[in-house]
Ligand binder design. Structure first.
Ligand code: GLA
Length: 387
């Protein structure tokens, strides 16, 4: 045996042996196993993130690598909003939206189209004629239908779910007095769902809004969506925007809301999830994009980093939320974060410009934060308990 071994190392084999040795000495050290967020949650729901056009265009590769690795679903942060897709009536620009959808397809992701009908980021010209006069109900309905048919039709079978109507309900449960409402009347919401369903009968259709755990608002959404469903028009899910704070919303109310929406027979998604770590300058907490306040030093308390005490509070708050989401994972289909890392969050500039916020799972250096690992551990723990 020993002879055989020695024989096999005869000079004839030397080049091969050297090559093998060389290969192993140059091969990289085995990679340290890093947990992958979407894999940890694959048994429960999609984990998504909003992406921007810089990332999609390849101008921010490190960030895009995080998206590809950790997220199974994407939402277009801006490029599918009306003002980007149809900046002037009849002039569509699909450059960024096409790239967004292609990227999602290449990576086998669940692709969300956001948002078809919203009062914000829509050109004023949509509501006016060339003389600047407000258009009629018929004209606006026609414009809405044309936009939806063109956009949804273009991505038919490729975009899996659409935020059809965004933020149409007030805090007290009444309908927001937007231009859509003023000109078309309250059935504009149903019309938007009808048109989207006609344009792609297989796409999932969602109503998306903030503060959806607040009971009065929740009840308003339930009234509105029940009416649409009773009229035979499909709505497949409620997107509860997750713009949360350390002390708002009340998570018992959040849980009650998930149950109440699921009782309508629709799915629930947490969309636009981020945890605002900075003081909110007014009693009325929400995510109204129109809100704006002056910068004051005491409202930007952590310009150089988040203290450990706050880091711990962040972990606790996210864990409390995910405990609920995991309990309802038969009803919750997707949880989407609003941005990839702290440096990119809209919460650095809203409702006050130029603050330093820490709402997401990755820090400004693109490193996973303690909350990232805590969420991985939580999912692993739940899976272990099932087995
Ligand atoms: C709302 C919208 C989002 C985004 C955020 C702010 O929640 O639905 O598209 O504009 O505001 O980033």
């Amino acid at each position: 045996m020993r002879r055989e071994t020695i024989k096999s190392f005869s000079h004839k084999n030397l080049p091969v042996v050297l090559m093998v040795l060389l290969f192993f000495s140059c091969a990289p050290a085995p990679m340290e196993e890093k947990p992958i967020l979407k894999d940890a949650y694959a048994d429960f729901f999609h984990i998504g993130t909003a992406v921007n056009h810089h990332q999609i265009a390849g101008h921010d590769e490190p960030c895009l690598n995080i998206v590809t690795k950790h997220f199974s679903s994407i939402t277009a942060e801006n490029v599918m909003k009306w003002e980007f897709l149809q900046p002037r009536m009849g002039e569509y620009d699909f450059k960024h939206a096409d790239a967004y959808v292609e990227y999602g397809e290449q990576n086998g992701m669940f692709i969300i189209g956001h948002a078809l009908v919203w009062h914000s980021q829509v050109p004023r010209g949509v509501f006016n004629d060339e003389q600047g006069n407000q258009v009629s109900r018929e004209v606006l309905l026609e414009r809405m239908r044309d936009h939806i048919y063109t956009v949804v039709g273009r991505y038919k079978g490729r975009v899996h779910g659409w935020d059809v109507v965004n933020e149409a309900i007030n805090e007290d449960g009444t309908l927001r007095q937007s231009k859509w409402m003023e000109i078309i009347g309250e059935d504009y919401i149903q019309k938007a769902f009808e048109y989207t369903h006609e344009a792609d009968p297989d796409a999932e259709l969602y109503y998306n809004d903030y503060n959806l755990a607040v009971p009065a608002k929740r009840d308003g959404v339930i009234r509105e969506i029940s009416k649409i469903l009773e009229n035979g028009v499909p709505v497949h899910g409620i997107g509860m925007q997750g713009h949360i704070h350390l002390h708002f919303p009340d998570f018992q109310e959040f849980e009650d809301a998930i149950k109440a929406y699921a009782d309508l027979g629709v799915n629930v998604m947490v969309t636009e999830l981020d945890l605002n770590m900075l003081p909110f300058p007014t009693e009325r907490i929400g995510a109204d994009v129109a809100l704006t306040f002056e910068q004051r030093q005491e409202l930007n308390p952590y310009p150089n980093g988040m203290p450990d005490s706050l880091q711990n509070l962040q972990v606790e708050r996210y864990i409390d939320l995910f405990e609920i989401l995991l309990r309802y994972s038969d009803k919750v289909m997707r949880v989407t974060f609003w941005g990839v890392h702290d440096g990119l969050s809209w919460l650095n500039n809203w409702p006050i410009r130029g603050r330093t916020n820490y709402p997401l799972l990755f820090d400004r250096e693109l490193q996973p934060k303690p909350v990232f690992f805590a969420l991985i551990d939580l999912a692993e723990e739940k899976k272990a308990n099932y087995k």
